[in-house]
Design a protein around this ligand. Structure first.
Ligand code: SF4
Length: 388
């Protein structure tokens, strides 16, 4: 395999660059989560939470030696893990290093935050450092649902943090999960209504997926918890789309709704296959059709950096066919959809319209745009388009 950094370097100055920063620490491991995150915050040396900011800054400075953006950074997103387990001053330090190395971001700067992990003073400090947006992990308004998801916060804490964000004039999103074991349709309706009442600019709602290797995956396999019912997940998606559209939120990606102008610019960068560089353990990058990713474990990741090496775990250069496939997979999930692929026969388009999976009027203008039913069956539409 070619060195992924060399793949990126031959592309020359990089256009439309965004940055992702992965903070791999959490207070507890939620039973359904398969993200690269750890409840041990004291791995030792630069891999420990209290020295982690300096480690990420080292990676940023190393990347700065080979990565030449054509213009200042566009968006920045801190995810995890729970980025706000680090003090706001550490997150500020990392953001400052990104700005000093690649140019201060011209677009939104977001951090994810669990509601129990921030105070109003933290939010104010983040804002003063240049953060413009917070994505709060609300998940549900029902305590018994939060409990089955192993979330530590209470619904009251979501009210408090969103209130502070509004007072500070910070943009915010609330993120919901539907389909948890024991969540009724009424519970989900209550969560939607509670989320809307918080008046966020942006709401995401993802159906729970049971991942192999998680605690919840084992509980489902042993029969201790029921598997989410696909029909109920579909009904809950339709409830979300009804309630959110009625409240003035428009879907702009299958699982994301926003008030006009409040769509996440950073998410759009991912979904339109723009360029982004990921910092932190396991973080993925995409530069001009090359993908590469960092070593996952914080100790190994830190060890590489401390030895003066890039912490790369692997990479690939996508072929033209793979890029075309990815453009369909990502683009079709967006509300403006994609151009009808050249190779797609008109009878296939006609049958997708007849099955109410794509919008007939958009098809007349040469675009494929999913209907609500199509959003529920997006994978089927993608397969149909790709296999013809
Ligand atoms: S807080 Fe988020 S990242 Fe951390 S374990 Fe829970 S779901 Fe995973």
């Amino acid at each position: 395999m070619a060195n992924p950094f060399e793949l990126a370097r031959i592309a020359g100055p990089v256009n439309d660059l965004s940055a992702y920063v992965h903070i791999p620490f959490c207070s507890v491991r939620c039973g359904y989560c398969d993200f690269n995150t750890y409840t041990n915050v004291d791995f030792g040396g630069g891999a420990s939470a209290n020295r982690f900011a300096a480690t990420i800054v080292r990676e940023i400075e190393m990347a700065g030696q080979i990565l030449e953006p054509a213009a200042p950074l566009e968006t920045v997103f801190f995810g995890g893990g729970t980025p706000t387990l680090l003090p706001a001053t550490d997150l500020a330090l990392i953001l400052e290093a990104l700005g000093a190395t690649f140019g201060a971001p011209t677009g939104e700067v977001t951090t994810e935050a669990n509601p129990e992990s921030v105070t109003k003073a933290d939010l104010a400090a983040l804002q003063a450092a240049g953060f413009t947006r917070v994505s709060f992990g609300m998940q549900s308004a029902r305590p018994h649902v939060l409990e089955v998801l192993d979330r530590l916060h209470t619904p009251g804490q979501v009210d408090a943090v969103t209130h502070w964000a509004r007072e500070l004039d910070l943009e915010f999103s609330v993120d919901l999960i539907y389909g948890a074991p024991g969540e009724s349709l009424e519970d989900w309706q209550a969560s939607l209504e509670a989320a809307i009442a918080l008046e966020p600019g942006h709401i995401s709602a993802y159906g729970l997926t049971i991942e192999e290797g998680t605690k919840m995956g084992a509980q489902v396999r042993r029969g201790e918890l029921p598997e989410p019912d696909p029909d109920e997940l579909a009904a809950k998606y339709e409830m979300a789309d009804e309630a959110l559209s009625a409240a003035g939120y428009e879907w702009y990606e299958v699982s994301n709704w926003a008030k006009p102008g409040k769509e996440s610019q950073h998410n759009r960068a991912y979904w339109t296959n723009a360029n982004w560089w990921g910092f932190g353990p396991g973080a993925h990058s995409h530069i001009d059709g090359s993908r590469f990713w960092n070593i996952k474990h914080p100790i190994a990741y830190t060890g590489k950096l401390e030895g003066g090496d890039f912490p790369i775990g692997g990479g690939e250069a996508l072929s033209d066919i793979e890029r075309a496939e990815e453009d369909i997979m990502l683009g079709i999930r967006l509300n403006d959809g994609i151009l009808v692929p050249d190779h797609t026969p008109s009878d296939v388009i006609a049958s997708l319209i007849a099955d109410e999976l794509i919008d007939g009027r958009a098809a007349l203008t040469g675009r494929i745009r999913l209907t609500r039913r199509g959003r529920l069956l997006a994978d089927t539409v993608i397969r149909t388009l790709w296999d013809t």
